[in-house]
Design a protein around this ligand. Structure first.
Ligand code: ARG
Length: 462
């Protein structure tokens, strides 16, 4: 018999019960639900709203339910409407009338709002921890590649020389901003909604701040309608996760290219690659491709949440039950991707020589050649034109700027001297880009030092 049976003269149709039920997916919040109920019962007892001894019996009854779920003694009833109903039902079976007092001054509307925030705060911490680990891995790798020269690209055309350290630190910067977004998001969801009740608060003298304190929330919500119908925290977290996934996906895309025979900049460890069922020579970067693919799925979760909320009148509507599968899926997916990406990255082999060869072949020192002339007094546009002609000459002679004889340079400008070769050497080109944010080894070391201090400022709960 349903808890709300008093108003009804018929049992619910079993198909409707299944359709309505969320216990198959909200049961994962059982711990938050029970702890929320414990805090509520303690506060009701302290306020004299229910008898102290009854409050204590409810608390130990709830603790027993928690133990039994965790030890596997108590299984979720698939016919229960949701986790909130299930816990209350078991409590009432175990304690009789005392169990029935728990729901005083409370509704499932504020209960579910609490459970999600409480659950997602921990998820934020876990995602932040995994992101932090990846950033640490990137920094450790970067520190081994200060002078691993590789081509930097624009339009996927070789453009100017950078280092592998500099390239992967770009991702460390993006992921650190992701940490910032997750941390902001966690701060904003740190408001405790219990006491909003169904929508209009309650006439009982609750001490909401005490409930918040018992649950480790920084503050309470200050409008009961908003308290029960806000799902910004789900949307904000899904947005932060989507951006993080977008970064992982871009990174994955580059790793996929770098593994190809066309690039061969890296080789993935056998444990993080797969073979083909028909082509014996294949070693496929499936993990990175799946991360790229799963990014679309997470964007889908974000769209589900935004679309679900866009025209809901205040306050609670059952549509909002759909929030859970979407946000849980986004959290599960990003955690899975991060925890696979990090070890895959740290076990790959960096093929430094191939990176350098690619850097040597693409005329990526042409800007430096033009800058050489500028430093000797020529206007940049003239220097640009002369260098372009030199590049065309090299292509014709099938050679590189480094190998082109000085006589060829001098034909285009008498300003060229022997020292041009030093100015356009790859190492020199990188070394001289020592501006803050540049790829010179010293500049990258400064970048890492600064990022480390930013990272030290994040508080990640355990
Ligand atoms: N299972 C519901 C949900 O996830 C809990 C709240 C139900 N409230 C209600 N008024 N039917 O949203």
């Amino acid at each position: 018999m349903a808890m709300w049976a008093g108003r009804f003269s018929k049992e619910i149709d079993p198909a409707v019960n299944d359709f309505n039920s969320s216990v198959s997916f909200d049961s994962r919040m059982y711990r938050q639900d029970i702890k929320g109920s414990v805090a509520h019962a303690v506060m009701l007892g302290e306020q004299g709203i229910i008898d102290k001894t009854e409050s204590e019996r409810i608390v130990s009854g709830l603790e027993g339910i928690l133990d039994d779920i965790e030890s596997g003694k108590l299984a979720f009833d698939p016919n229960a409407e949701d986790i909130h109903m299930f816990v209350e039902q078991v409590l009432t079976e175990r304690l009789g009338d005392t169990g029935k007092r728990l729901h005083t001054a409370r509704s499932r509307n504020d209960q579910v709002a609490l459970d999600i925030k409480y659950y997602l705060k921990d998820e934020c911490d876990e995602i932040m921890r995994l992101t932090y680990e990846l950033i640490e891995t990137l920094i450790t790798t970067a520190e081994q590649h200060y002078d691993t020269v590789m081509p930097g690209y624009t339009h996927l055309q070789r453009a100017q020389p950078v280092t592998f350290a500099h390239h992967i630190m770009a991702y460390a910067q993006m992921l650190t901003r992701d940490l910032g977004r997750l941390s902001d998001c966690k701060k904003r969801m740190d408001t405790m909604p219990l006491g909003s009740c169904a929508l209009a608060g309650t006439t009982y003298p609750l001490n909401r701040k005490r409930t918040a304190e018992l649950l480790g929330f920084g503050d309470i919500t200050y409008n009961s309608l908003d308290g029960v119908s806000d799902r910004d925290h789900c949307i904000e977290l899904a947005s932060a996760i989507s951006i993080l996934m977008m970064h992982l996906s871009r990174f994955s895309e580059e790793m996929i290219m770098w593994c190809s025979w066309e690039f061969k900049f890296i080789e993935l460890d056998d444990a993080y690659s797969t073979g083909s069922s028909i082509m014996p020579q294949k070693k496929n970067p499936d993990v990175t491709e799946l991360i790229r693919g799963k990014t679309g799925r997470v964007y889908g979760d974000l769209m589900t949440l935004l679309s679900m909320m866009k025209n809901l009148p205040l306050a609670y509507n059952k549509d909002m039950q759909e929030d859970k599968e979407a946000i849980f899926d986004a959290c599960d997916t990003v955690k899975l991707c991060l925890s696979t990406f990090t070890p895959m990255f740290s076990t790959m082999t960096v093929l430094k020589e191939n990176m350098r060869k690619a850097a040597a072949r693409g005329f990526i020192n042409a800007t430096d050649c033009a800058d050489y002339l500028v430093k000797k007094g020529m206007p940049f546009r003239d220097a640009y034109k002369i260098t372009g002609t030199l590049v065309a000459r090299c292509i014709k002679l099938d050679t590189t700027l480094e190998e082109l004889p000085l006589a060829e340079y001098k034909k285009l400008s008498p300003v060229f001297e022997e020292d041009v070769y030093k100015a356009i050497s790859l190492d020199e080109c990188v070394m001289n880009r020592n501006v803050d944010g540049g790829p010179a080894p010293e500049a990258v070391a400064r970048q890492i030092e600064r990022l480390r201090s930013v990272l030290g400022g994040f508080e990640i709960g355990d």
